[in-house]
Write a protein that binds this ligand. Sequence first.
Ligand SMILES: CCCCCCC/C=C/C(=O)SCCNC(=O)CCNC(=O)[C@H](O)C(C)(C)COP(=O)(O)OP(=O)(O)OC[C@H]1O[C@@H](n2cnc3c(N)ncnc32)[C@H](O)[C@@H]1OP(=O)(O)O
Ligand SMILES: Cc1cc2nc3c(=O)[nH]c(=O)nc-3n(C[C@H](O)[C@H](O)[C@H](O)COP(=O)(O)OP(=O)(O)OC[C@H]3O[C@@H](n4cnc5c(N)ncnc54)[C@H](O)[C@@H]3O)c2cc1C
Length: 670
Amino acid sequence: MVLKKYNINPDLALERQKCTFDIEEIINIFDGGKEKTSQRRKIEDVVLKSGLCHDDVPEECMSLKERYENAVRKSCFFSKLMKTELQEITGIEDFETPAIRRIADALFKDISPFLLHLGMFVPTIIGQCTSEQLMIWLPKALDLQIIGGYAQTELGHGTFIRGLETTATYDADTEEFVLHTPTLTAHKWWAGGLGKTINHCIVVAQLYTKGVCYGTHLFMVQIRDLDTHMPLPGIKVGEIGPRMGFSSADNGFLGFNNFRIPRNNMLMKHAQVQKDGTYVKPARHGKLTYQTMVFVRVTLVNEAAFNLSKAVTIAVRYSAVRRQSEMRPNEPEPQILDYPTQQHKLFIGIATAHAFQLTANWLWNTFKSVLSDMKKGDVGTLPELHALSSCLKAVCTSDAALLIEQCRYACGGHGYMLSSNLPYIYSFVAATRTYEGDYTILLLQTARFLVKAWEQAEAGKTVTPTVSYISRSLKGEKNSWRSTDEGIIKSFQAVAAGKIALCVKSIRDRMKSGLDYEDAWLLTTVQLVDAAEAHCRSVILETYCNEVRRLTKSSSDNVKIVMHQLVTLYLSYWTLQRTGDLLRYSSISEKDIDFMQRQYEELLQHIRPNAVALVDAFDLRDEILHSSLGAYDGRVYERLMEQAENNPMNAEPVNQSFHKYIKPLLQGKL
Ligand SMILES: CCCCCCC/C=C/C(=O)SCCNC(=O)CCNC(=O)[C@H](O)C(C)(C)COP(=O)(O)OP(=O)(O)OC[C@H]1O[C@@H](n2cnc3c(N)ncnc32)[C@H](O)[C@@H]1OP(=O)(O)O
Ligand SMILES: Cc1cc2nc3c(=O)[nH]c(=O)nc-3n(C[C@H](O)[C@H](O)[C@H](O)COP(=O)(O)OP(=O)(O)OC[C@H]3O[C@@H](n4cnc5c(N)ncnc54)[C@H](O)[C@@H]3O)c2cc1C
């Protein structure tokens, strides 16, 4: 371990002695091998030694303007570091390296204003440009000669992309597009980095040529002068105002007054406008311009896992240090981690972080394989990827937000301190449930796919692997409950199949009673969201079990045991959460449920001695955790006091407001 090992809180030190497995083995599993762990640590060393992570004043004590300026400073120096030393170490394009994403959190407790540059601007250039356009913009973007964002959402529309109002009208005489914001609600709103930082932007606008609207397309737009950074004439741009999190990401607004850009600034990999204004539609699939969103949804599953692992590390370490109440009269106060209710709050967080991380890796591989199919001209696998990335983004970000909040509950009053870092982690993840497609909207997209899959299976057609359980269900295969991994997964698939069947029936019944398809669908949407969530649960459970089995094949017995205990905990937890559904759609009995409850409670006891070691195995350095409660040495109270003493509010013994207001009030002179 690279972490400092002096002055460790004695309770935490004892916890580490109880560990039954080799922590390094689990670290290697999640990094993807020993080599990757070593590369990641090298990257972390370089960034930590650079001195960039240091703030003179804690971020939470800065004004919004100071926070933004501090974040810009760090982003610039971090970018320089990425281009130099880090490039040498990674040897690959930076933005895909998970280690870079991890260590970025050592610099930014909140968000880098450059997040959207690497998160969406560069991926859009890669996915949407012709090879000529790529040659122009990609090197400049990677070299940070231009800095960009992604402006799709408007004041009036975010979810419904087809309803966007910004127009891009082609003028064949000058071979230019004229960008225009026709109404108040057409102003671009929310784009990260747009407020103050970026000079270029991908703009999503309704394309008009030869008097016809062809729907939304993507355009590369320079919005600020590269030298003075002033908005270009015809551009109205600014920051949208304080929000729950993302404080240093300068989310912005943008309006166009007949602003002209060259024809070549339409991103033309899939659809083109020729010089004379002729529109050439995408040859293969109508939704390829939505590809960056699919990419980000895939990466957000990883974000859910990573941020949850940070929160649960903080809460478990704190729970080992914190002593409160008594279990029996006159006995010493126990560590709060010894309360089964505390274990119930936290151990599911550890298991979920594992489940989401392995699912994220699997989804990333699926994404790469679909991209490779698409490069060969085959878009057949795209609908399944869209359905998977939609539901996994929705469910993983939503579960992670709930579990992170549970970690805060688990830390009592001190968890409410910004210095615990839990409020920052929560506000970041809470936003991921909304952006890049709101929870409900994305589950409804998956539901479309599931209903279609049902209809295909009914017609005797083969369906894709993630929904093959539908065919089994239609063949009349009855579910018989077994409390094994496979048995539980089969039962969750039976729940999903049962719910999809009911949705299909509801839609058909409603149509029989005279409604059209749209109304029948609309009235069934509560059930459809529920069915898509059930499908997603079955995907996560299956992926988690399969991946742990695959990845621990050559592990030591002790690692196999502890990793499998977490899998069983996860399966038991969700069985107990979903007893109503399982009683309805599987053959589970009350006796089985009693067994699962006892098994779950026993597992909490089995995992308890390894709890601290399991969070140590996330290998998160103190500089990444930024937490007074979760540091490796467990010196919680020392840090809280030190930070209180250094609070700028305590710099003067008497605040001037006493003389101005309180004293006159006390003396009746106000
Ligand atoms: C670490 C990185 C951090 C990055 C920070 C990011 C910060 C945040 C950035 C943002 O939020 S950017 C803005 C993101 N905005 C959204 O996500 C908007 C969500 N809305 C949509 O995606 C779409 O409007 C919609 C809900 C999918 C509906 O689109 P549309 O009305 O055009 O389609 P439908 O009629 O519903 O469906 C038609 C057909 O198309 C299929 N489809 C839809 N989307 C896709 C897709 N992305 N890929 C492939 N296919 C897609 C859909 O399933 C339908 O198929 P059929 O059922 O007809 O077969
Ligand atoms: C921190 C943050 C950063 C962001 N960054 C960017 C960015 O960089 N670039 C960018 O373009 N955008 C960005 N966004 C915008 C984001 O993508 C949208 O806010 C998001 O897609 C949700 O859209 P909306 O705000 O229009 O919500 P709405 O669609 O108005 O949703 C409001 C509610 O209505 C419900 N609803 C809407 N339509 C339906 C329907 N058809 N059926 C059932 N229920 C429905 C939703 O489920 C939700 O509960 C960002 C947002 C946030 C919070």
